[in-house]
Design a protein around this ligand. Sequence first.
Ligand code: ZN
Length: 160
Amino acid sequence: MKIENKKAVAMHYTLTNAGGEELDSSKGKDPLHYLHGFGNIIPGLEEELVGKEKGDKISVSVPPEKGYGVRNDQNMLQVKKDQFEGVDDIKIGMEVQTQGEHGLQMFVVTKVFGDTVILDGNHPLAGETLNFDVEVMDVRDATEEELEHGHVHGPGGHHH
Ligand code: ZN
């Protein structure tokens, strides 16, 4: 069975950046399960998996535009320290959630000077070319319920 829209796919993957550094992997864990055609995984990987079958191994290089996007300076935010209620010690690298235009957004503290804090709302992998080594472990038809929900159920999938 080949991968196409409305198939539930299980795969093992290793993700490395352009420098060859391993960022993430399913090795030693359960494979990743996703529902094809529903944007569960980044577009650049999803489109390369079309037509693949159980046992196929592929290497895919995904440019930022088809991955987590390019870095955008508009996602940088300058705030005052006193906006951090209940936080005494604001450190670089600290993650904060704030209510943005599009709901809750995650920011990382990138600079602190005086009473000013600079927050970066770009995805940590924005601007990165991502290299995936993928092995397709299973392909099956999705159930009606999975298609309704837009994600995979059962082992390795979404739990209610
Ligand atoms: Zn569900």
